[in-house]
Design a protein around this ligand. Structure first.
Ligand SMILES: CCCCCCCCCCCCCCC(=O)SCCNC(=O)CCNC(=O)[C@H](O)C(C)(C)COP(=O)(O)OP(=O)(O)OC[C@H]1O[C@@H](n2cnc3c(N)ncnc32)[C@H](O)[C@@H]1OP(=O)(O)O
Ligand code: UBL
Length: 210
């Protein structure tokens, strides 16, 4: 049902690298998060046996919260790191026992500012604790067709790339920072390339013709 919104809003997806989802066993999928429109992009490529990590406030969104709950979304309290850590440690064991993939938005919030926010570390702890690969997924910038501040929402194309899995076998908790940084730079580079944007050192992005 969520996928059908792409026809209503005139969104086209161009997807590359879906074969990278063909890993044996569970994995942690990380992707950038610009807006609620990401839910359409999520459903466009969602692999089988995959659940998402979501903020607990979403559980209270009436029928939508109920659908998410029944769909297996794992709710975390972002205001309590210790609570979120406890939940995610449980997830590491469950994903192995039940062979599920877990989808995390490592920016931890929506960001439509034409760049990626620094990544939170939960997804990377999870992958290392479960010793499963990380699969980065990058969606191009929505800003050419969707910008709430400018009251812009027209039809547009979203490029999606599923990148090659990053192995975590043998990595330990002390490797989380490096792994996070590696994943962040690969995804940021891909984001700028897919969006046709030139990156700037201060984090804001400009299109080459601007
Ligand atoms: C009509 C039909 C409708 C159907 C619709 C169906 C839709 C499908 C549902 C889709 C749901 C989508 C939901 C999207 C969202 O809600 S995004 C927001 C929620 N998600 C997240 O926040 C995930 C990303 N966040 C994290 O991973 C964070 O790390 C978090 C675990 C939450 C902790 O937060 P915070 O304290 O702010 O982060 P830090 O990363 O800075 O961590 C602080 C220190 O703790 C250490 N840490 C973190 N996690 C762990 C862990 N698991 N184990 C051990 N240690 C951990 C981390 O290393 C930091 O310490 P150091 O600085 O390294 O010393
Ligand atoms: C003009 C907007 C058009 C909306 C198109 C909707 C298409 C999808 C249809 C129904 C799906 C409803 C599912 C709602 C799930 C919301 C997930 C989400 O995006 O949560 C925000 C959360 O990650 C971060 O929250 P904050 O950015 O910190 O607060």
């Amino acid at each position: 049902m969520v996928k059908t919104f792409k026809y209503i809003y005139g969104l086209r997806f161009e997807t590359k690298g879906l074969e990278n989802f063909q890993v044996e066993g569970p994995c942690v999928i990380v992707s950038n998060h610009q807006s609620i429109l990401d839910m359409i992009g999520l459903m466009e490529i969602l692999p089988d046996n995959c659940v998402q990590i979501g903020k607990k406030e979403l559980l209270y969104m009436g029928p939508v919260g109920l659908i998410m709950y029944l769909g297996g979304v794992i709710f975390i309290n972002r205001k309590s790191t210790s609570n979120a850590k406890t939940v995610m440690s449980g997830v590491a064991q469950t994903m192995l026992d039940e062979n599920v993939k877990v989808w995390v938005y490592p920016e931890g919030t929506r960001n439509g500012n034409g760049d990626l926010l620094p990544f939170k570390k939960g997804a990377f702890h999870l992958a290392i604790q479960a010793q499963v690969p990380i699969i980065p997924v990058v969606y191009s910038s929505f800003s050419s067709f969707y910008n709430p501040a400018k009251k812009l929402f027209i039809s547009g194309k979203i490029r999606v790339e599923v990148l090659q899995p990053i192995e975590t076998k043998g990595l330990k908790a002390e490797d989380v920072a490096d792994l996070t940084e590696r994943c962040y730079s690969t995804m940021r580079e891909t984001f700028f390339r897919l969006s046709g944007l030139a990156s700037e050192a201060n984090g804001s992005a400009q299109s080459p013709q601007q």
